[in-house]
Design a protein around this ligand. Structure first.
Ligand code: GLU
Length: 361
C-alpha cells in the first residue's frame, strides 16, 4: 500500500513550532497520526526531530540570555524534555512507544561508536519502537556540531539503510527562484548527479540552523548512495501519507536515487569528511586511477605529500595536485609511516579501495 518499508523522516523546528517558538501541538499531533498509520501498515520510521532549542527558549524566559553556547545548552535541555514528552504522549494514543536517542557528531566519528548507535536504533525498530533522534545540544561542542539536523538525518538515513529520507520544512520544496516570486516553481525531480545549487537562496529558516543549501547538498549525497530524498512541506495536512502513497503527485522535490549499492563501511566513510585528521596529496596518474570506473586502492607510488598527524584507522582526505579534495578514506598507516613511504613501490596500499569514498562534486 505504501511505497517504502523503511524511511527516515526529519522534521524541522519551523514545522513543529509556532512563530513564538511554542510547540504546535496540533501540527505535531497530525504528523504523529500519519506516522502511526504508516507504522501500523508496517513501515519502519526513524524520526529525526528538531524543535528543542526553539521550544526551550519559549518556555524559559530569561531576562538576560547568557552567551550563545550556554543559551543553547539551557534551552535544548528544557526544550528536549518538553518535545519528547509530547511525542511520547501523542504516540501512546496509538498504542505505539517512541524512544529518545540523543547523539553528537563526535559519537559517530569512530566506527565502533557508529556501529553502537546503529545497533541501538536497529533494536528499537525490531521492538516496534519509533526512535526519535536529535543532536544532544547540551553537550555538543560548537566546532564539532552537525551543521544542522539535515546533516544528522543524512547520516542516519545512510546508517539505517532506509529506502527514503523525507525532509519536512515549511516550504514545498526547492523552487526555481525566490519562493515569493509568482513565477518560481517547485522543482519536481532532480536526476542523480545534477547540481541545482544555482536555484538555492542562501537564506535560512528562522528557527533551525539549516537552510536549503545544506538540505540540497545532503539530498544529493544521500541520493548518490541509493536513497530517495524528498523535500516537502510539513505544514501541509497528510503530507507523509500522501508522499508515500503509490502514484503520489504531492508537491515536493524528489532527488532520484542512483542504483549504487554501497557497503556499510563506505557509507560511514562517505559521511565522515568532517572527521578527517589529515591529508594525502596525489599525482595526476593516481587521480586518474582513483576516478576511473575500476575499484582502485591508493598506492604510495602516487602520493606526493602527507599533511597532518594521524593514526592508522583515522579518516583522511585525499587531494589532487591542484589541492582539490577528491576522496575520503581510512588510513592504513599512521602519518609518520606514510611520509616515510611516499613514492615507494611494493608496499601494501596507503588506503584500500574498500575504505575509499570518491567525493561527488
Ligand atoms: N538540535 C536543534 C534543536 O533541536 C535543531 C538543529 C537544527 O536546526 O537543525 O533545536
Amino acid at each position: 500500500m505504501y511505497r517504502f518499508k523503511r524511511i527516515a523522516v526529519k522534521i524541522g523546528s519551523n514545522v513543529l513550532t509556532h512563530k513564538d517558538g511554542t510547540l504546535d501541538t496540533e501540527r505535531m499531533s497530525q504528523l504523529v497520526n500519519q506516522m502511526a498509520e504508516l507504522h501500523k501498515a508496517g513501515v519502519e520510521i526513524v524520526l529525526i526531530s528538531s524543535g528543542a532549542v526553539a521550544s526551550g527558549r519559549s518556555i524559559l524566559k530569561l531576562e538576560k540570555e547568557p552567551d550563545p553556547v550556554s543559551a543553547r545548552q539551557i534551552f535544548s535541555s528544557i526544550g528536549q524534555a518538553r518535545l519528547i514528552n509530547l511525542y511520547y504522549e501523542l504516540f501512546s494514543k496509538h498504542g505505539i512507544f517512541c524512544g529518545q536517542v540523543l547523539t553528537t557528531k563526535e559519537a559517530l566519528s569512530t566506527r565502533n561508536h557508529y556501529l553502537n548507535q546503529k545497533n541501538c536504533i536497529t533494536q528499537l525498530l525490531q521492538h516496534k519502537v519509533v526512535p526519535i533522534l536529535n543532536e544532544n545540544d547540551t553537550i555538543s561542542l560548537t566546532e564539532l556540531m552537525f551543521t544542522d539536523n539535515d546533516e544528522l538525518s543524512g547520516m542516519v538515513a545512510t546508517m539505517m539503510n532506509v529506502e527514503a529520507l523525507i525532509i519536512l520544512s515549511n516550504i514545498d520544496g526547492i523552487y526555481t527562484g525566490n519562493p515569493s516570486d509568482p513565477d518560481a516553481k517547485v522543482i519536481g525531480e532532480v536526476e542523480a548527479g545534477v547540481n541545482i545549487e544555482k536555484y538555492i537562496l542562501s537564506s535560512k529558516s528562522s528557527f533551525g540552523r539549516g537552510g536549503m543549501l545544506t538540505k540540497t547538498n545532503i539530498a544529493r549525497k544521500v541520493a548518490a548512495e541509493g536513497i530517495e530524498v524528498i523535500i516537502a512541506n510539513g505544514k501541509r495536512d497528510n503530507i507523509l501519507t500522501s508522499l508515500l502513497s503509490e502514484g503520489s503527485d504531492t508537491l515536493c522535490t524528489r532527488f532520484l536515487p542512483t542504483g549504487r549499492e554501497l557497503s556499510s563501511v563506505k557509507k560511514w566513510i562517505a559521511h565522515s569528511e568532517s572527521f578527517s585528521k589529515g591529508t594525502i596529496t596525489i599525482d595526476d596518474n593516481a587521480r586518474k586511477a582513483l576516478l576511473s570506473e575500476n575499484a582502485t586502492s591508493l598506492l604510495f607510488i602516487g602520493i606526493t605529500a602527507v599533511g597532518g598527524e594521524f593514526c592508522k584507522g583515522d579518516i583522511i582526505t585525499i587531494k589532487d595536485s591542484q589541492g582539490k579534495d577528491i576522496a575520503i578514506g581510512k588510513a592504513q598507516y599512521d602519518s609518520d609511516k606514510m611520509s616515510q613511504s611516499i613514492g615507494k613501490k611494493g608496499l601494501r596500499p596507503a588506503v584500500r579501495c574498500d575504505y575509499l569514498w570518491i567525493i561527488n562534486n
